[in-house]
Ligand binder design. Structure first.
Ligand SMILES: [Zn+2]
Length: 411
C-alpha cells in the first residue's frame, strides 16, 4: 500500500537553524555556545518558547536536560524521543548538535500542521553539555542519566575560571528534578552532521549509523639515556626518540595490515628533556585506535603488547600501558532498518555507516532503543567556524527522521 508522503518545510528548517545560530554567532559565521553560558541560557529559553507555541510542555531534569513533550493519544505509553545538544565548542559551527534538536522541532511542527496526533507522546530533547568544552567530560549529562557517570563527581567539574558545573547549573535556572529524567522510551533518534568526509566523498545525503566504534588507547614509554649531543658518538647512544621512531614505523607497518577500516593515531608525544643539545632520554606517546569489531581491536592490542622490550639499535626500554578502552555501541537494529526504509521510501541514496565520534545516543542506547542519522559535512569539517552541511542535506536528514517518527507513532 502506498503511504502518503509527508515532508517537512525545508525553508522553515533553514530559517530556524539560522535563528538558533544567532545565539553565540561568531565573526566568521560560526557559533560559540558553551554549556550554561549566556548564549546557551538564551537559546534554551528560545527553544522553550518555540516548543510552547506548538502546545508542548517543557520540563528539565536535575542535569538541566530539557524535554519538550507533544502529547499523544496514549500518554502513559513510552514516548518517541528526538534529540541532541544545543551547546557547542569554542568557535564551533552552526550545525553540530543544534541540527538534531531543531530536527525534533521541525518534526513536531510538521505533525501539528498536518493535524497528526501521535499514538504516543513525541519528546524533543536538548541534552546538556554534550561537548564538554566548558566542563569535562563530554557527553556528561547523557552519561549521568544512563548511569555511566557519577552525578556528584560531574557537579564538581570546573571550567577554566573555577566555576563548577553544579554552580553553573543552579544559576542557569534550568535545574529540574531527578524524576524528570528521560526514562523509558520507545526510541531515541539523533540526527547529526557526519563530522567526517565519507558521505560527501560518496555523494550520499544520508548515513544510517549502525554503531559508534569501540576504541582503545595506550601510552607507550621509551626510555634511553641522556648525554651531550656533540660529544657522544652515534653507536654509543641510547636515543629514546630514534628508538620511538623505529617503533612507530613498526607499529604502522603492522597495523595497516589488519583492516582497511581501522584508524590509529599518535596524538600526543612528549620528548624529554626536549633540549636541542641533549640526546632525548625519554619519549612518551599515545596510540589510540578505533574499529567496530572487537576482534580487530584485540589484534591491535596484541601488536602493542608484543612490542619488543627494547627497541632498535638504540636498545631503549619500551613499556606499554593501557590507558582506557570503550566497546563498540551497536544501535537498535529495528530502528536502523526503519531509518533505511524511510530513506528508501522518500528516495534518498543512503548507506549504513559507523560513527568514529562519540554522541549522546551511544550512552542513551544502553537503556533506550536508539539510532542515528548522519548528513554530509562539507570537506568533512566540524568543530570549526566553517563547519557546513548544505540546507538540502539538512532537509533530507530531517525528512528521514520524520518518516521514522510517523512510522513509530501513527501506524
Ligand atoms: Zn555534536
Amino acid at each position: 500500500m502506498e503511504k502518503q508522503k509527508i515532508l517537512i518545510n525545508g525553508e522553515r528548517l533553514k530559517q530556524t537553524l539560522e535563528l538558533f545560530a544567532d545565539f553565540g554567532r561568531t565573526e566568521n559565521n560560526g557559533v560559540t555556545r558553551l554549556a550554561f553560558s549566556d548564549e546557551d541560557i538564551r537559546v534554551r529559553k528560545y527553544f522553550s518558547s518555540l516548543c510552547r507555541e506548538l502546545g508542548m510542555t517543557v520540563t528539565q531534569d536535575d542535569m538541566g536536560n530539557m524535554y519538550a513533550t507533544l502529547q499523544g493519544m496514549e500518554n502513559d505509553k513510552p514516548p518517541v524521543v528526538i534529540g541532541s545538544h544545543l551547546d557547542s565548542v569554542e568557535k564551533g559551527g552552526r550545525f553540530d548538535g543544534v541540527l538534531g534538536v531543531v530536527t525534533g522541532l521541525e518534526v513536531v511542527r510538521t505533525m501539528v500542521e498536518n493535524g497528526i496526533t501521535p499514538k504516543v507522546p513525541v519528546v524533543v530533547a536538548n541534552i546538556t553539555n554534550e561537548e564538554g568544552a566548558r566542563f569535562e567530560p563530554s557527553m556528561m549529562a547523557s552519561g549521568v542519566i544512563s548511569g555511566r557517570f557519577d552525578k556528584s563527581e560531574m557537579l564538581k567539574s570546573t571550567d577554566k575560571n573555577g566555576i563548577s558545573f553544579g554552580e553553573a547549573l543552579k544559576n542557569s535556572g534550568f535545574e529540574g528534578k531527578e524524576e524528570n529524567r528521560l526514562k523509558e522510551a520507545a526510541a531515541f533518534l539523533e540526527l547529526h552532521i557526519e563530522q567526517g568526509p565519507v558521505l560527501e566523498s560518496e555523494s550520499l545525503a544520508i548515513g544510517v549509523v549502525e554503531c559508534v566504534v569501540g576504541m582503545v588507547c595506550y601510552e607507550i614509554e621509551v626510555t634511553g639515556d641522556s648525554n651531550h649531543a656533540g660529544t657522544t658518538p652515534m653507536p654509543l647512544r641510547k636515543d629514546a626518540l630514534f628508538a620511538a621512531n623505529h617503533l612507530i614505523s613498526e607499529l604502522r607497518q603492522k597495523m595497516r595490515q589488519l583492516n582497511d577500516r581501522l584508524v590509529y593515531t599518535i596524538g600526543r608525544m612528549n620528548v624529554s628533556p626536549n633540549i636541542h643539545t641533549v640526546i632525548p632520554n625519554k619519549v612518551v606517546f599515545t596510540l589510540e585506535s578505533r574499529h567496530q569489531d572487537t576482534e580487530t581491536i584485540k589484534q591491535v592490542e596484541e601488536i602493542i603488547q608484543t612490542l619488543p622490550e627494547s627497541s632498535g639499535k638504540e636498545k631503549c626500554e619500551v613499556k606499554a600501558t593501557k590507558l582506557w578502552d570503550r566497546d563498540t555501541v551497536w544501535f537498535d537494529e529495528n530502528l536502523v532498518r526503519s531509518l533505511e526504509q524511510s530513506s528508501k521510501m522518500i528516495g534518498y541514496p543512503y548507506k549504513r555507516m559507523v560513527s568514529g565520534a562519540g554522541h549522546d545516543a551511544q550512552f542513551i542506547s544502553t537503556y533506550i532503543p536508539s539510532a542515528m542519522v548522519f548528513v554530509p559535512s562539507v570537506n568533512g569539517k566540524s568543530h570549526a567556524e566553517d563547519e557546513l552541511t548544505s540546507w538540502e542535506d539538512c532537509e533530507k536528514g530531517v525528512n528521514v527522521v520524520l518518516q521514522t517518527v510517523l512510522d513509530l507513532t501513527i501506524n
